[in-house]
Write a new protein. Sequence first.
Length: 497
Amino acid sequence: MPVRTRLAPSPTGDPHLGSAYAALFNRAFAKRNGGQFILRIEDTDRTRNSVESEAAIFDALRWLGLDWDEGPDVGGDKGPYRQSERTAIYKEYIAKLISVGGAFHCFCSKERLDELRRDQMQRGATPKYDGKCLALDSGEIDERIARGDSHVIRLGVPDKGECRFVDGVRGEITIPWSQVDMQVLIKSDGFPTYHFASTVDDHLMGISHIFRGEEWISSFPKHQLIYRYFGWDMPLHYHLPLLRNPDQSKMSKRRNATSINYYRRCGFLRESLLNYLATMGWSMPEEREKFSMEEFYGEFNPERLSPRGPVFDIEKLSWLNGLYIRELTSEELKERVFDWAFGGNRLDRLLSLVRERSERFDDLFRQADYILGDRIELKEEDFEHRNLELDEIRKILHFVNKSLEELEEWNRDNLYESLNLLSKSMSLKFRDFLGPIFVAVSGRTVTLPLFDSLELLERDVVKMRIRSAIDVLGGISKKESKRLDREWRDLVSTQSS
Ligand code: GLU
């Protein structure tokens, strides 16, 4: 069987470091075995997908040099490679799955399901569907469908026994079927869920090996059932350990820079980022820490993957990046620094901002210091404000980050519009509201035009600077952040209604 691997990102939010991590191992395995690496876009969640996010995934993976042999933009003979373009395929396969008894229609209302869940939680039982609609006969099902009753299609799960499988990284894993939910495979809008679409596609696209994050282990039994009902061979799965912070906690968007773009914008080289990711959960013989991608592809053997949670330490990555910087020839260094700082239209943008405000060329660097480099370290006093208390400032910054996260296209006009709206709904003067943002982003109270600066800095750097400013102001606990998130959500929903 030819080796075919894939990366299957969902185009929501920023291109995730986890996607680069999984892409790296999938691609290395395919290359080493003369196979193909495929990019499939899993865009079945219509409420969360965006075209910008898909474009950003392509761009970030290409920047890293993790290009693909088949995919939405390069084609291939197993396409289409976007799930939203494969709905007819899922319709055909779900009908087959129902006909072999692997799936069933479920007409239960949301109220019933909520009540069931509440009940199970109260009893300390695993919340899951109780199989009520399994008892419906085919006449009744047809009648209800013809009547237009809202329904989903669920996976049939054995009520006894256990699912056993071999994970390429962890060996044998056993999960009792009693812990596995009768997963919704087709939602009431007719769209498939990840579990169904992904399994059907992996089979139809001839995927032989899958390297993906360990958060998917608990989904594996559902996927195994789908393969079994269809009588298909299953690809070999390797669940990669999740990346961790130096304190062993899970690396998460809430606390860390998890977007590839952040590392790119901060001036990390693709070589060091890839090299570092390749040491996460995998080791070179003799535990060598620095190696090229050619060496990695030459050596990559999944037997050296380990389930122990690897620590992603930005200090260590910086050290490695320094080694790579020193290896560049002067010509390469010049080119890459220039491209990073001024590439695309960055230089034009910067000069157009500084020109009106400068008398000497060195004003460029004085005024754009926080755009060209990291901003200065902040102190609480930097945020002192005539009209705002520190608590209010923390809240503004938290809300700003929430709004920035939701912004679809990152550009000056959208930024202006979104923050202006937010300040209005917080009943604050725009000027007052912007003050703390200036400080958080630039370390100063007077800067180049704020919205241009935000655009040039890009989303992830801005978000991280705001987050670190919140920390300077004492931080926000998980509980408080949940409460503020709700408050923000209420504000935003009144805005749009
Ligand atoms: N769409 C899933 C994700 O976004 C893919 C998971 C998998 O690789 O099976 O992570």
